[in-house]
Design a protein around this ligand. Sequence first.
Ligand code: MN
Length: 137
Amino acid sequence: MEHITETSTLKAPAERFTGDVYLNPIEAPSAPACLASGLVRFTPGARTNWHSHAKGQVLYVTDGIGLVGTRDGEVARITAGDIVKCPAGEEHWHGGTDTTLMAHIAIVVGDESGDGTTWLEPVTDEQYKTALAAVSR
Ligand code: MN
């Protein structure tokens, strides 16, 4: 077995995320399994850019309250313990709410060339506000 301890937390790149997002990589794609996984922590207001995953993605929410949105305007409010399955190729984003952190473990299947994620443009403040309003209670 391989036991990795005291792993580093990385700042997620500004060209793919809005706001402060922190990443702890768990696994990078490597044949034959090609699993890619990481713990992603979003501070309030932070979110991914729009993106899609070639083979889909599973998110397991570990902490806080956040949002997942898709191009058709569907928005889900997600909390610790929730599981979100994003189908292959579906453009979406995920992040915290404007007032809460959200952390999830992201799980995707990649290949020898990477994790299969196609990164797109940022979620605008207007799109983000619309999403927040859609799940406000
Ligand atoms: Mn995703």
